[in-house]
Design a protein around this ligand. Structure first.
Ligand code: BDR
Ligand code: CA
Length: 313
């Protein structure tokens, strides 16, 4: 089968970085048409720069990186330096990238790519706030039916929230954008915290990265060491969740994941549940299903896939 063509929409972020590395390490499965940066974990000048740092680390400086929206559609940007550090990619210091940033705006790239490529052959992988995708859908509604699938990291149901008691970070930062994307009608696969909180970086798993004795292996081990301190303190868990690579792993080995095709709505009005993904897991409403909402992951299989693929870089 020909590799799946994807656009990664991202706000790196150590876990975003691992997602990008996994995609770039898997050319037989995935062709990365471009990486579009959005403001999220840190402001846009850092996320676009971090995306380029990661491409260079992967030895793929020819990858096209575009800068997109620098703020949510209707709100002030909320960032997550408390998790990812001041640069978004805290851990060992990495050199500034020398590969260029593309001139085109990320939203224009998304629109142009979906119009140019044959219909339903391009998959969107948003792993940050959904601003770029929603703005593209609003500006060019004709592209929505041309999307093959959207495979995103965001939301939660059983795990509820991480940035507020009821909201997950990516959805919370730009809930109006999330609402547009969840209502768009494109095939949607959601990797919520319910999945990613089961994909923990345990000591053995981090050691497997280090045992590669490569720059990428060392860096991934150091990144996960850095950002796991936050979740270990917060949840008392064995390690930190590697959220974003779940989307890319799904494209390579979908059988690692299990979920339900259900209705998921985004709360944008209520004060206490603002940014919540209200998932009708038990199918107690007659609202139409709009998302494949994942709940379970074969975490050992996921980490085995990551280790095998990252060892190639
Ligand atoms: C999401 O928020 C970000 O901090 C991570 O990169 C991930 O995309 C998890 O809630
Ligand atoms: Ca992210």
């Amino acid at each position: 089968m020909a590799p799946r063509k994807i656009i990664i929409d991202t706000d790196p972020g150590q876990d975003d970085a691992v997602a990008i590395l996994l995609a770039l390490a898997s050319p037989e499965d995935i062709e990365v048409l471009g990486i579009t940066a959005v403001a999220g974990n840190v402001p846009l000048p850092l996320t676009e720069k971090n995306a380029r740092i990661v491409c260079e680390l992967a030895g793929k400086p020819e990858t096209k990186v575009f800068a997109g929206c620098d703020a949510p559609m209707k709100r002030k940007l909320v960032t997550a330096e408390h998790v990812h550090g001041k640069t978004g990619l805290d851990g060992p210091q990495l050199a500034d990238p020398t590969m260029p940033l593309q001139d085109q705006h990320a939203v224009d790239f998304i629109i142009e790519t979906l119009r140019r490529e044959p219909s339903r052959t391009v998959t969107l992988c948003p792993i940050g706030p959904l601003t770029n995708i929603a703005v593209a859908f609003e500006r060019a509604p004709d592209i929505i039916e041309r999307v093959q699938e959207i495979v995103l990291m965001g939301g939660a149901y059983f795990e509820v929230g991480n940035i507020t008691p009821t909201a997950e970070f990516n959805i919370y930062v730009d809930p109006e954008a999330a609402k547009i994307v969840f209502a768009a009608g494109a095939p949607l696969v959601v990797m919520p915290l319910d999945v990613t909180h089961k994909a923990l970086t345990t000591r053995n798993r981090i050691d497997a990265f280090r045992a590669m004795h490569t720059k990428v292996g060392d860096m991934v081990a150091a990144w996960t060491d850095f950002f796991e301190r936050f979740d270990m303190e917060k949840y008392g868990s064995e390690g930190a969740p590697l959220h974003d690579p779940c989307t890319i792993a799904y494209l390579i080995e979908p059988q690692l994941f299990e979920g339900r095709h259900i209705n998921v709505e985004i709360e944008t009005d209520a004060e206490l549940t603002f940014g919540m993904t209200v998932a009708d897991w038990w199918r107690v409403t007659d609202r139409a299903a709009n998302a494949m909402f994942m709940k379970d992951i074969d975490a050992s299989g996921f980490y085995a896939l990551l280790a095998a693929r990252l060892a190639r870089l």
